[in-house]
Structures are given as C-alpha cells and as structure tokens.
Design a protein around this ligand. Structure first.
Ligand code: AP5
Length: 206
C-alpha cells in the first residue's frame, strides 16, 4: 500500500505513539499526533481557554481547536498516520469530510496495564522520545538516549489524571470504535504484548 491514510485508535497508554512512529517510518508517511501538537501549543489563548486547562485535567480539548490542527496538517501531506484523533464521534464525522481513510487500527489494552504504562512513562522535553522506567529504560538513568536531556514525567501522567483520561476514553472515544467497527478497513489489534510483537501484528494487516 503506497502512502496510506491510517487512523490509530486506543486508550491512553495503549502504545499509539510507539506504534505510530513505527508505522510512519515503515511507510514513510507523516505521524500526526494531536497530543504533541497540543502540548506544543498548550498555552495558546483561545476563546475556550488554553489547551493546557483541559489537558492537565485529562479532558478533551474543544473540537474546533483540534479539527483545525488536523485539517492543516493533513493538507500538507499525502499519506499519514493519525494518532489520538478522532476522539469523539463529532471528530470522526469531521474527519470523513476532509480525508478518505484506508485503515483504522484499534489497539486494545486492559486498564490495569494502561495505568502501569502511564505511571512509569518518562519523556524527553527536548526531542519527545518516549521511555518507561521498567519496560523501556534509557541507557543512562534519567537521561534521554537521543539527546541527553533530563527525562520528565508528563503532567497528565499523575494517578488521578490517568483515571480521568480512562473515563473520558470510555465515554467519548468508545463511540468512535462503534462508528468504525462495521466499516471496511477496521482492525482490532491486541496491544498488551511487547512493542515488537504488537508491531508485527500491525505489519501483518498490510
Ligand atoms: P495524547 O498525547 O494523545 O495522550 P493519550 O491518548 O492519552 O495517549 P498517550 O500519549 O498517553 O499514550 P499512547 O497510546 O501514545 O502510548 P505510548 O506509546 O506513549 O493526548 C493528551 C491530551 O491531549 C488528551 O488527554 C487531551 O486532553 C488532548 N487531546 C489529544 N488529542 C485530542 C483530540 N483529538 N481531541 C481532544 N483533545 C485531545 O506508550 C505509553 C507508555 O507505555 C510509554 O512509556 C511506552 O514506552 C510504554 N509502552 C508502549 N507500548 C508498550 C508495550 N507494548 N508494552 C509495554 N510498554 C509499552
């Protein structure tokens, strides 16, 4: 498949960022992640307040802000993997008006595992490289392997915020799974295995 348009769905911590990078490298397509785009613009003042005011509570940022980010980004590229969008039915409907999606991949992981992954995640504030204190530790304790900067914990990876993000996923993003479930190109992948095995399952879809 040349320059596919892929949607990667899954709860917080399912591995969308991890697998999204692999998909993007494999097909040489853009990796569009609304979470990263919003983190970069977290203090942008909008008529709804800043993105940070939603993200730090684990709530969804208003659709009009996110839809615009996605529309601008997908217009710049051919193929893409969308990570973290759409997150509710309204966003899914909006996406259908701006792009024809080839594949929708849903990464399924149980809540207990998600909590373990998110509470142990560490990220590099400079290059956004992702680590886990147990599953993917950096070579030098607390330092990024790629650029050497000091790793940090994301502010929304605190226990209470993680629980709220899981609740928001159940309430708003599960309906998106139903929206895509009976459409051609939808595949559910078991995301609980190690990253290499999950990647193997994803590659097999293509
Ligand atoms: P976002 O940044 O998208 O966060 P998320 O969806 O909660 O997902 P995460 O980035 O936490 O996890 P992931 O699935 O990418 O997993 P990862 O690969 O990092 O969004 C943040 C916030 O922005 C939202 O809460 C919301 O406020 C806002 N937002 C974003 N999009 C929006 C939208 N469309 N509409 C409205 N608001 C929006 O992996 C997690 C950890 O597990 C890592 O440490 C990793 O190393 C490890 N890991 C990964 N895979 C495995 C594996 N197979 N086995 C063991 N460990 C693994």
């Amino acid at each position: 498949m040349k320059s596919p348009k892929i949607v990667l769905l899954g709860p917080p911590g399912a591995g969308k960022g991890t697998q999204g990078s692999l998909i993007s490298g494999y097909f040489e397509i853009a990796h569009i992640t609304t979470g990263n785009a919003l983190r970069i613009n977290r203090d942008l003042k909008t008529e709804y307040g800043t993105p940070r005011s939603y993200m730090d509570r684990g709530e969804l940022v208003p659709d009009s802000i996110v839809n615009e980010i996605v529309e601008v980004e997908i217009k710049k590229v051919g193929g893409f993997v969308l990570d973290g969008y759409p997150r509710n039915k309204e966003q899914a409907e909006y996406l259908s008006t701006i792009a024809e999606i080839d594949k929708v991949i849903y990464l399924h992981v149980a809540n207990e595992e998600l909590i373990k992954r998110l509470s142990g995640r560490r990220v590099c504030p400079s290059c956004s490289e992702n680590y886990h204190i147990e599953f993917r530790p950096p070579v030098r304790n607390g330092k990024c392997d790629s650029c050497g900067d000091k790793l940090i914990q994301r502010s929304d990876d605190e226990k209470d915020t993680i629980l709220n993000r899981l609740r928001v996923f159940s309430e708003y993003t599960k309906p998106v799974l139903e929206y895509y479930n009976n459409r051609e190109g939808f595949t559910k992948v078991e995301g609980r295995d190690n990253p290499e095995d999950v990647w193997e399952s994803i590659r097999n879809i293509f």
